[in-house]
Design a protein around this ligand. Structure first.
Ligand SMILES: Cc1cc2nc3c(=O)[nH]c(=O)nc-3n(C[C@H](O)[C@H](O)[C@H](O)COP(=O)(O)OP(=O)(O)OC[C@H]3O[C@@H](n4cnc5c(N)ncnc54)[C@H](O)[C@@H]3O)c2cc1C
Length: 303
């Protein structure tokens, strides 16, 4: 960002009453605990403020990146030379309307699951324990244990590059394996409507606890990571392939393939973005050489 762009954005954000910081360490906002400073880190607290952030970045021709809970992102050690727009507090409302739950993009997915449980609504149990927010989950079409966002999202209120509002229906969301239309459009998720079915509170709670227990048993939740490092290749599981190649514990600097779950790259302490990428690249190459399978990163790398 040029000095002129920073000055423009700072004063415009100030005038609009939008909270922001300059030089904010992104490592504090990602589950990997990795990432250098963001030139500008804006924290819109309403849809109107989010729209204004998008509009201002466009007007100033500033590169911007939408951040939700940061549980699927690897930011560069050099940071982000643009505006990171963090959708969180103030945009995290959750309300129940019959069999529908409407949640702000900044709401935590697990809180939405708890609201569904309390309302006796089934369908979202699979998402309990995914450490993301609603915006990131829709962007990623997050899924687990046979469920995906695409099964439960009935419409999305979003904002285009200029901050104009739109409603998108399932057929427009282009949900695929860990992707959605947002990956290509750059539009921002503002609010999401989930349509669920009436169910037994006890059974919903039991399923959620079961999924959470499975996560605790299988995943290295005691170490910073961004979840599964690789997408599932057609006809195999990334973790099984990595394990089969004897790569559990494979380490570069502070980053390593988890000893507990070979699908995770963990930060053992002080890992850099470069360490994680080196592990990912080495592991992909070795797996390809030994098994023929190509591993594609699920983690979003932002440079
Ligand atoms: C321990 C652990 C376990 C995990 N388990 C699972 C799992 O079981 N299943 C699974 O699918 N994932 C899993 N993940 C990965 C991650 O939690 C999910 O991908 C989650 O949906 C990301 O949500 P987030 O809010 O953290 O998004 P972020 O990481 O903040 O962002 C992810 C992407 O969404 C975009 N984005 C964020 N907010 C918006 C918005 N408002 N509008 C438009 N785009 C936006 C970002 O630009 C980025 O490209 C796991 C991660 C960890 C650390």
């Amino acid at each position: 960002m040029t000095e002129q762009q920073i000055v423009f954005l700072r004063s415009a954000l100030e005038r609009a009453g939008i909270a922001f910081r300059c030089g904010e360490a992104l490592s504090a906002h990602t589950s990997f605990r990795i990432g250098g400073p963001a030139a500008v880190f804006a924290m819109p607290a309403s849809s109107g403020q989010l729209a204004e952030c998008l509009r201002l970045c466009r007007e100033a021709d500033v590169r911007r990146y939408l951040l939700c809970k940061g549980s699927n992102i690897l930011f560069a050690d050099e940071g982000f030379d643009g505006a990171v727009i963090a959708v969180g507090e103030g945009m995290d409302s959750i309300r129940t309307e019959g069999t529908r739950i409407v949640a702000g993009a900044g709401a935590s997915l697990s809180r939405v699951c708890l609201a569904a449980r309390d309302a006796g609504l089934t369908g979202l149990e699979f998402a309990y324990g995914i450490p993301g927010g609603v915006g990131g989950a829709v962007y990623m079409n997050a899924g687990a244990y046979g469920g995906e966002m695409k099964d439960v999202v009935s419409r999305v209120h979003c904002l285009d590059e200029a901050g104009n509002p739109h409603w998108l229906l399932p057929e427009q969301l282009a949900f695929g394996y860990r992707t959605s239309c947002f990956e290509h459009s750059g539009w921002a998720v503002d609010e999401v409507e989930f349509t669920l079915r009436p169910g037994s509170r006890e059974e919903i709670a039991a399923a959620m606890e079961d999924y959470l227990a499975r996560r605790k048993t299988k995943q290295p939740l005691d170490k910073p990571s961004a979840g599964s490092a690789f997408k599932r290749p057609q006809g195999a599981f990334a973790s099984a392939l990595i394990d089969q190649c004897g790569l559990k514990g494979y380490q570069v600097g502070g980053a390593a393939i988890s000893e507990k779950h070979a699908g995770f790259i963990v930060n053992l302490g002080g890992a850099t973005c470069a360490d994680v990428l080196a592990v990912a690249d080495d592991v992909s190459r070795i797996v390809r050489e030994k098994t023929g399978f190509v591993l594609e990163k699920e983690i979003r790398v932002v440079r």
